[in-house]
Design a binder for this molecule. Sequence first.
Ligand SMILES: Nc1nc2c(ncn2[C@@H]2O[C@H](COP(=O)(O)OP(=O)(O)O)[C@@H](O)[C@H]2O)c(=O)[nH]1
Ligand SMILES: [Mg+2]
Length: 676
Amino acid sequence: MTTTDVRKNYAAFLDKRNTLISIIDRQITLSESLQIDTWVENLQRLKQRVSNESFKVLIIGEFKRGKSTFINAMLGKDILPASPIPCTAIINEVKWGQSPQALLHYLKHEDGSQKEPKNIPVETIQEYVVIPEEPDDNYTNPYEKVEILYPLELCRSGVEVIDSPGLNEHATRSQVTEGYLPIVDAIVFVFTCEALASESEIQFIEKTLKPLGHEDLFFVCNKFDRIRDKEKERVRKFAISKLAPLTSRGESGVFFISASNALDGRLEEDDKRVAESGVLILERELEEFLTNDRGRIKILEPTKELQELISRAEKTIPERRAMLQINREELERRFQEAQEPLKNLQIRREQITKRIDQFLSDMRTRICDDAYEFFSGLDSKIEVWIEECELESGIDLAKINPAPWEIQKSVKSQVQTVLSEIEDYLTSKLEEEFSVWQKKVLGYVDSRLITLKEDIDARASEFLREVDKIRSQISTGSASTHTQEAVSSIQRLFYASGVNSTQGASAWSGGVFAFARNTVLASVLGGTLIGSTVTILAGFAGIFLGPIIGLLIPIIAVAVALAGNELKTANERIENRFKEEISKKFREELSNSIDVQSKQVSENIVNSLKDIKNVIDRGLASEIKAIEQQIESVRKDREKGQAAVNEKVQQLDTISKELNQLKAEIDDFTNQLTLL
Ligand SMILES: Nc1nc2c(ncn2[C@@H]2O[C@H](COP(=O)(O)OP(=O)(O)O)[C@@H](O)[C@H]2O)c(=O)[nH]1
Ligand SMILES: [Mg+2]
């Protein structure tokens, strides 16, 4: 199989996307002739969204598994630095660009501000994205990520690849968890065959990836070339037994490849070597998953939305015709009569948004109380954890240089090692504890949101009934009987608001509820929920640990002076003292910050739900505007005189025909999509 075969599905996807865009464009033109600007804006947003759709593939794994090499192999070019020493220091996003370009993004400042990204030559990214070989103590990385734009075939097909440094590092883990897991389409987890499926790797899959809704993982067992032929079968069996149960793809989700052979093969145009590297079958599966599973949703969702917008436009044609044809006095009388109901609509709109505000504020209070209780409960837990903590590293007094001027320095380096071990240990304990709590809270959030949704749905139905009544009153002089809508009232508002209905749905299910893919609401609203964010874990575990190190150094220095010959007992004493001190300090910091922490957590959760209000409000506003713009347009036409009116009536016939035509095309298009 050649590379071109592999890319066929991507091409088919792009074709579909372009077809959809061209239908949207035609609908924009029609809405412009109807002079309903609010529709034009919504359609333009829809078009923007469809045009920007890409497939985001996240590559994760621990250090030196061959992630960067694998990405280079997929791209067929040595773009990312790869090396035997831990190398990538920051996240790299590789995407399509006409000419090579690299944008270096800075980390946000504490006050939330961020410097403009810096444009750097692609050849120099090494200097920025690589950890120095001998970083000094104070080495910190000022960058958030680098965005690499490159004219690569795979990226032209709409694929974006994200390379992450090792998951071994807390900072990377949280950046990946918060920033990328909620938005990526596919995850490739890279292992090395030389040390397959370690405890920490499995933990990350079970504790983080799966709860966030990523069931269909791709597992790559890399460096298969390093395994002796006679052991290959055994390794294969072992990997499958460990990994297949962790992905919904089962055995066919586990791949054995040599990324370096794949890369060299591509660079040397040696098809045989590429084929033997095992990378082709993986690429094909990935492509099928992206274009079929993910791609279908990416096209189908906006298609449904467009269908709804087209039928909305269709409904106004007879209304518009009637308004152009009745006598002038009668029309003005109806417009005047509509003023009061229109004002009432505005009031209803405000009531609905106030209701949502109130709801969110109640929720904030309740979550804050709950968080307070959670944080308070940590105190006794931390004590136990620290007691149970078995250190691998330790303080060895014998290795401490007793020369007075050296003590500080040699103690410091030992303390640092122990401290970072304890930090990792506590961090993972806290993360675990927090994720259990988070699940509980989000369960609560979800159930409250269902209630809110029912409430708003009822109010929205009333609102929309009112909208339809006004429209009919203006065009026919009497209120029509309400026709059954094909979509729910909330859905109609999502469409009218111009936001992605999946975004809307994810707002409902809680921005925080990244595993909302599996929630009740998700099934109520349909669609796959992407674009939600898990913000509440942010920066939580690391905060207490900062100032401890300074406190500990003197303790140890004193102990060293006292230890004399009894080194062994002294060591034990020191370690216990050390743990005690950390535990004390840690709990102290915690109890000082409980207030702030619980406020922060509840604030974060509620903030991520604010979209609900904005989306609904925009939908409500758009419905009102559409009526006003319709009236405005009719008025203008009538002011221009009878000839203009006649012309408009004729134009309406053409528009109506074109709408019919579009509708037929899009039905056809949808059928093709669902047949795929
Ligand atoms: N033998 C062998 N070495 C590999 C393979 N893939 C990567 N490597 C080497 O492993 C080291 C780490 O690779 P890198 O891509 O930087 O790993 P990362 O830290 O996961 O991004 C480099 O020296 C690579 O050349 C492979 O499939 N086979
Ligand atoms: Mg790397």
